[in-house]
Design a binder for this molecule. Structure first.
Ligand code: HH2
Length: 262
């Protein structure tokens, strides 16, 4: 899953693809590099990010979805917490609602997901993007994330979302310390065992800089991002959400070939 941020403030590529020609060119690059899905975002969820209105978010994402729909049939995912934005994106042709709030942002979120009939990614986040990195604590992060994700899948299914439409995501960096992130990356198999496809988003995240001081700038985190993607593949995740598609595709091809030759 290639990341396409139409935001002025995402942590790694904020502002670079905010106008439509640049965004379309970026989308074509991600597709040529081997992305199977494009994840389009109109609101940054980085720690401390300022929220934007649904209208602004729709204004950012809709022209690109419409333009892309007329030139490519690659599945599109909309990265939003807001049911109105998901509705607009799915009406314009998006197939996946990627929700970092796991359908908790608005009371009608589960019903809207059921009504739209699209695939839904339910991600774990402690708190919200404004506050989530303020001293997060867990007794057992892996067990608590699994319990949360299983509960959100239940809530979605109770509202009428079909089981086969649901994906789960541990939410690397969302209300987690370095140790929490590492515990989750080490036990992704526990999330895979919940029985839903798992999406992993570790690309260029801050935990990589905590392990390598030379990776303070997000664009210096490629090798660490690839290492995390391979840990995900090893544990059986279904997809990885990444900025550097060509490099990740190559790493996964080599890893799969080695695995197949065993
Ligand atoms: N991480 C970000 C955004 N959306 N969605 C899922 N399912 N999983 C993730 O790990 C995830 C996500 C990170 O937020 P942002 O600051 O918007 O940066 P970027 O989109 O460049 O990763």
């Amino acid at each position: 899953m290639g990341i396409l941020n139409l935001t002025p403030d995402s942590f790694s590529d904020g502002g670079r693809f905010a106008d439509e020609p640049a965004a379309l060119a970026r989308a074509h690059r991600l597709i040529a590099d081997g992305a199977d899905i494009l994840d389009i975002g109109g609101e940054s969820t980085r720690p401390g990010a300022t929220p934007v209105s649904a209208d602004d978010e729709i204004g950012r994402i809709l022209p690109l979805i419409t333009a892309l729909r007329s030139v490519s049939d690659i599945p599109l995912s909309i990265d939003t917490m807001k049911p109105q934005v998901a509705r607009a994106a799915v009406s314009a042709g998006a197939a996946i609602w990627n929700d970092v709030a796991a359908l908790r942002y608005a009371p009608e979120a589960c019903d809207v997901a059921a009504e739209l009939g699209c695939q839904v990614v339910l991600m774990h986040m402690r708190g919200d993007p404004l506050t989530m990195q303020q001293a997060p604590t867990y007794d057992d992060v892996v067990a608590e994330v699994c319990e949360f994700l299983a509960g959100r899948a239940e809530a979605a299914m109770k509202a009428g979302v079909a089981r086969e439409k649901i994906w789960l995501d541990p939410g690397i960096g969302f209300g987690k310390t370095l140790d929490h992130n590492l515990a989750l990356l080490a036990r992704l198999d526990a999330i895979v065992d919940l029985g839903f496809p798992v999406l992993l988003g570790a690309s260029r995240k801050r935990f990589i800089a905590a392990l390598d001081p030379a990776a303070e700038a997000p664009d210096r985190r490629l090798a660490g991002s690839v290492a995390a993607a391979l840990a995900g593949a090893q544990a059986g995740v279904a997809a990885v959400r990444v900025h550097d598609v060509a490099e990740t595709v190559q790493a996964l091809a080599v890893w799969s070939a080695i695995t197949a030759a065993r």
